[in-house]
Design a protein around this ligand. Structure first.
Ligand SMILES: O=C(O)c1cccc(C(=O)CC[C@H]2O[C@@H](n3cnc4c(=O)[nH]cnc43)[C@H](O)[C@@H]2O)c1
Length: 216
């Protein structure tokens, strides 16, 4: 059996993680931005490893993300208790309905819009990163960029600590293969009105390098 598969969106995240890794059996795969490409690339990597007789033992979605103000600071590190597809569902005149509430058989949804992190994997990550903020991480197709959508999202997910764009996709690929899944994010920006100039990408990438020894 191979080691851990860590899936990032962009090469800069992958390089930041590789710079801090201490476990040589960890593979870091930059898969692309968004849940669809993340799921497809993760599923392919898992299937190829399985076919080669060297399956991975667990999968972690990792990279930078937006933090909910008052829940985690910019530059902070977050561990997901669950990855939630926050915009998978239907709009109604009364508001957003998650896919789980549309009356579809759960089997058709791959279980639903929330994928819990594997307990043992999360416990190991928490032990290695005791200062990390722990809570659900939202997966969105569109970076939240207005005060009104931030408020709606924060109200719908009062426990959520961060948002990013890949976790749920990676989680679905891991679930299809029956592998433990976790999500680790470092915070590059607050979730809120779009201000790209205020993103602290360098700090978030440095925090990824610092967190990388926990990936083993
Ligand atoms: O906003 C832009 O102009 C922009 C231009 C180039 C690249 C990006 C990104 O890489 C953003 C998405 C990327 O980073 C993660 N991320 C970071 N902060 C957030 C956030 O507040 N909400 C959602 N995703 C975020 C995400 O996982 C992507 O991989 C943006």
């Amino acid at each position: 059996m191979s080691g851990l598969l860590v899936v990032t969106a962009v090469p800069a995240e992958a390089e930041a993680i590789r710079a801090g890794l201490i476990d040589p059996t960890v593979t870091v795969l930059p898969a692309g931005v968004g849940p669809a490409v993340a799921a497809a690339a993760t599923a392919r990597a898992l299937a190829l490893a399985e076919a080669a007789g060297q399956p991975y033992r667990a999968v972690v979605s990792a990279g930078v993300g937006g933090g909910f103000v008052g829940r985690v600071p910019v530059g902070g590190t977050v561990l997901g208790t669950a990855s939630i597809a926050a915009d998978l569902g239907a709009e109604t005149p009364e508001g957003f309905l998650p896919i789980d509430e549309l009356g579809m058989p759960p089997a058709l949804l791959g279980g639903g819009s929330t994928v819990p992190a594997d307990r043992e994997l999360l416990a190991a990550l928490r032990a290695a990163l005791p200062d990390a903020t722990v809570g659900p991480i939202l997966t969105v197709n569109t970076v939240t960029g207005t005060a009104s959508s931030t408020e709606l999202l924060a109200r719908r997910h009062p426990e959520a600590v961060a948002e990013a764009m890949e976790g749920y996709g990676v989680a679905m690929a891991a679930a299809q293969t029956g592998l433990p899944f976790g999500e680790l994010r470092t915070i590059s920006n607050p979730v809120g009105p779009r201000d790209r100039a205020a993103w602290r990408m360098r700090e978030a990438l440095a925090a990824l390098t610092e967190a990388a020894p926990a990936l083993s």
